[in-house]
Design a protein around this ligand. Structure first.
Ligand code: SF4
Length: 406
């Protein structure tokens, strides 16, 4: 079948895909070419990525039961793509006290969460002690919760306030209870692009320095990319190359998550004239290229249901991805930038969506340890009895995904 399909596609694309299927490493130049695949070439790319996914990680689709907790939306960094940040005098600015944060964690545990993903704005009055204090308070009350906390931007801020060596600062947070870092604030790891998106944000070298330091200490991170704004395929290919290079050296990335840019309510689109986000075809190309490019290095390619929605997410899971992300419970960063796909996906909905694809749902830990397989729908926990599948309240003003920026 593959041979027949290859007759309809560009010969160079066919050669590249065949090499990937044989286990050869995809080069940045060839990744850039595949990022422009259309029509039959795109179908062949998706088919090849899905084949590699099946060979490498099987038919399970994983998800994590987690909650986003944003302790503050006050931030003065001024990223042009951000619809989440507020200045402190704005009426909807917030800075949660410890009781509110702990209540959110307690509510998440009641609903079955194993992870709290905690990120926030760069509040000018906060320092390293504030970051550690909230970690200690959460871990004291909920020692079994995995804390996936603090973007590299927040790590940079706290580190500069601390006066410590970077590795000492990270170890200090790990000793307090941080279990992994979100690999956010990456956007596109190219300073030409970053200087337009976020002139005041950490540069590529600093992002890489923080991630490498974390990995060297045994502190895992995720890895992300934000696309669909002003970048070109060459920037995406170089970003993929940098992530793979770090992974070859450290092995510290747990997953790669391409994040489509949401354009409606920010200056990058409304003032600076970016593209209006990615097309569905770009989303699928990037998932498929990520699977092929990261082969043997990063096994978990995640779809962001927050960015794509459930239906396109299902298709992406048939184009190379194997992870559906987290329940999130509260999502506001993408929503406040214009995303229409809601704030929560219940475990029950994940299982239904995954089974609709003929795949097997598996609840995982943050670090991809399988926690529960759901082979037989008849044996699923009843939502009310499990305490984790109940519908969640909508409309909360807080929360964030592991996703965009921060
Ligand atoms: S993306 Fe993060 S750092 Fe940038 S303005 Fe928004 S909250 Fe601040």
């Amino acid at each position: 079948m593959f041979q027949a399909m290859m007759k309809t596609v560009d010969s160079e694309v066919a050669r590249t895909l065949e090499a990937c299927l044989e286990g050869q490493e995809l080069s940045e130049a060839n990744a850039e070419r595949l990022l422009a695949a259309e029509g039959g070439d795109l179908h062949a790319l998706m088919w090849a990525a899905d084949t590699v996914r099946r060979e490498d990680v099987g038919d399970d689709v994983t998800y994590v039961v987690c909650r986003n907790v944003n302790f503050t939306n006050i931030c003065y960094v001024g990223c042009s793509f951000c619809g989440f940040a507020r200045h402190k005098h704005q009426s909807d600015a917030y800075d949660h006290d410890m009781t509110t944060v702990l209540d959110k964690c307690a509510e998440a545990i009641d609903r079955g969460a194993t992870e709290i993903c905690m990120q926030g704005g760069i509040h000018p009055q906060k320092n390293h002690e504030d970051y550690r204090r909230v970690v200690l308070a959460i871990k004291e009350r909920f020692p079994d919760l995995h804390l996936h906390a603090f973007s590299p931007e927040e790590i940079d801020w706290g580190h500069r306030k601390s006066g410590m060596e970077l590795s000492d600062y990270l170890q200090w947070l790990m000793d307090a209870g941080v279990g992994s870092l979100p690999g956010t604030a990456a956007e596109i790891l190219d300073d030409e692009i970053r200087n337009i998106l976020s002139p005041r944000k950490i540069k590529t070298q600093r992002w890489v320095e923080i991630i490498r330091a974390a990995h060297r200490l045994g502190l895992p991170t995720t890895s992300t990319l934000m696309y669909g704004h002003i970048e070109q395929p060459r920037h995406v290919a170089a970003h993929l190359g940098l992530i793979r290079e770090i992974q070859k050296e450290t092995g510290g990335f747990t997953e790669f998550v391409p994040l489509g840019y949401i354009h409606e309510m920010n200056d990058l689109y409304n003032v600076l004239g970016s593209r209006p986000g990615s097309t569905a075809f770009e989303d699928l190309r990037l998932i498929a290229v990520s699977r092929l490019f990261m082969r043997s290095h990063i096994q978990n390619i995640q779809v962001s249901w927050v960015k794509m929605g459930h239906k396109l997410g299902q298709i992406a899971l048939s184009a190379g991805a194997n992870d559906f992300g987290g329940t999130l419970m509260e999502e506001s960063i993408s929503r406040e930038s214009g995303s229409q796909f809601g704030e929560n996906t219940s475990p029950e909905d994940f299982r239904r969506l995954i089974r609709e694809m003929g795949r097997t749902p598996v609840e995982r830990s943050t670090l991809y340890r399988p926690l529960r397989r759901f082979d037989d729908p008849a044996l699923d926990p009843a939502p009310a009895a499990s305490g984790q599948d109940a519908s969640l309240d909508q409309g909360s003003p807080e929360g964030s995904p592991l996703s965009v920026a921060l």
